[in-house]
Design a protein. Structure first.
Length: 98
């Protein structure tokens, strides 16, 4: 079922020794808290697992979203990005690595 483009949805699934956090929609003020809750829940229940954040379904990231991705990166998360704007944001966060 397609989601309205003003919304954001996040879900995580286990994949071998990693957790994939799939994010869809707009990662913007008002929805960032939902992703943070999902992330913290994944970290709490799978502390030893690597975390990969799939941003290929994301259409927009604002400053609040970027701040959260920064926190996740510093915690060891890696990113899958699609679309030039999202790749640019990820590149700024990671300094071009990961």
């Amino acid at each position: 079922m397609p989601y309205p483009h003003h919304m954001m949805r996040a879900e995580f699934r286990e994949l071998d020794d990693a957790i994939v956090l799939k994010v869809c929609g707009r990662l913007a003020e008002g929805w960032v808290g939902e992703l943070e809750q999902c992330w913290r829940s994944a970290r709490a229940t799978h502390p030893a697992s690597r975390l990969s954040v799939d941003l290929r379904g994301v259409s927009f990231i604002d400053q609040a979203g970027e701040s959260l991705l920064n926190l996740m990166y510093r915690d060891g998360a890696t990113f899958l990005a699609g679309g030039l704007m999202i790749k640019e944001v990820v590149s700024q966060i990671t300094g071009g690595s990961r």
